[in-house]
Design a protein around this ligand. Structure first.
Ligand SMILES: [Zn+2]
Ligand SMILES: [Zn+2]
Length: 385
């Protein structure tokens, strides 16, 4: 009766359903009954490759694991110290509250945590849904499970009352976009970086690209140009962000696409280009679409699967390019992303980004659906709070 069902990835592309005992919760820990866990690009890389090295220092996947780090749930149990430590605002957390759980845990004790910035450089960084194996008790370290165990050092963010579960499930990815645009804000003397009324190109409008396009819209971009091979996704970018679109199935030549972006930006190029494709070779095209002194946010090229050729003199030096690499987000961005989505809820139907929901037992189908081009955000869970 008190067994927790969880899909466990035990080999590349191989998931089986396992049952784990409901863990006891200590004073500095919590247990969350999952509402839903959205499939991320990271989950797709791990599902396909198994024990790979991820984008952060020390992050090596150890199978078996329970996937899922974009997590919304309801607190089922919380220790008395955790209720204070894990809350980010207001009163201590309570049983029954709906929360988004930060994906990452930083130690607060290493050189980076004490002197630079904890995330993403913490030398003892851990994250749910990938680097913590389900073979170690209490096993439930991924959001695809019915319940998730929450370790000391994790932060939990209350979901605004009127927000749908679907919108809340986008928080982690919207926080990436928040953190990324936050770092891109303008350096006023040189007109570098993002400023309201800028033109923004998003290469790849899967879920991460869509969240970036939505962030650009909320931050007042004057023009958003979405590039993808899926007309399904481009239609959504048009509907939710008012984006102009370029379909690479129709404009197959890189040169033509660059020309197209230049002509849509008065011959100048985009102020900001955001890479969300997962394909490193796309960087050269993105740099050519960016104006002189423009900003390039590189977010999707997560695994080193192919060599990347760019010109150091023409594309970086001569252009005075500002290139910002983005892996994940500071945890402070979660609360901000929730507040922005709440404030824009009557203008932007964020929940429409969640196109598919699967139960725990159908996690394999969820992963396969998320890798197709006729889906946007895929969620594992019941989506009931
Ligand atoms: Zn993610
Ligand atoms: Zn640290």
């Amino acid at each position: 009766m008190d067994k927790v069902i969880a899909p466990v990835l035990y080999a590349p592309k191989k998931i089986r359903i396992e049952r784990f005992p409901t863990p006891k919760v200590g004073e500095r820990e919590a247990l969350v009954r999952m509402v839903g866990s959205a499939v991320c690009g990271t989950d797709k890389h791990v599902f396909k490759a198994g024990e790979i090295r991820l984008g952060l220092p020390g992050d090596v996947v150890k199978l078996p694991i329970i996937l899922g780090h974009e997590n919304v749930g309801v607190i089922e149990d919380v220790g008395s110290i955790a209720a204070v430590e894990m809350a980010t605002e207001g009163e201590p957390l309570e049983v029954g509250e709906r929360v988004v759980i930060s994906a990452d845990i930083v130690c607060g004790q290493c050189y980076y945590c004490k002197n630079i910035y904890g995330f993403p450089w913490c030398l003892n960084h851990r994250s749910y849904g990938d680097v913590m194996s389900s073979k170690d008790p209490p096993h439930l370290f991924g959001g695809f499970a019915e319940k998730m165990f929450v370790l000391p050092g994790t932060y939990m963010f209350r979901v605004p009352e009127r927000m749908s579960n679907e919108t809340a499930a986008l928080t982690e990815q919207m926080a990436v976009a928040y953190g990324s645009f936050g770092r891109a804000f303008q350096y006023p003397n040189a007109k570098e970086g993002y400023a309201p009324a800028d033109t923004v190109v998003v290469q790849g409008v899967g879920p991460l690209g869509m969240c970036n396009a939505l962030m650009a819209r909320m931050l007042g971009a004057s023009k958003i140009i979405a590039i993808d091979r899926s007309s399904y996704r481009l239609e959504m970018a048009k509907a939710l962000c008012g984006a102009e679109t370029i379909n690479i199935e129709e404009e197959t030549e890189e040169r033509d696409r660059v020309e197209d972006v230049l002509s849509r930006t008065g011959g100048i190029g985009a102020d900001v280009v955001v890479e969300c494709t997962g394909f490193p070779h796309i960087l050269s095209e993105g740099l050519d679409m960016m104006r002189n002194g423009g900003t390039y946010l590189v977010e999707g090229a997560y695994s080193e699967k192919e060599p990347t050729k760019i010109s150091a003199s023409r594309q970086i030096l001569a252009k005075n390019a500002r290139i910002i690499g983005v892996s994940g987000m500071p945890y402070q961005a979660y609360g901000r992303a929730l507040k922005m989505m709440d404030a824009y809820a009557s203008i932007i139907p964020f929940q429409k980004m969640v196109t598919h929901v699967f139960g725990q037992e159908d996690a394999t189908e969820a992963m396969e659906t998320s890798m197709g081009t006729d889906s946007m955000k895929v969620v594992v869970g019941r989506m009931k709070s």
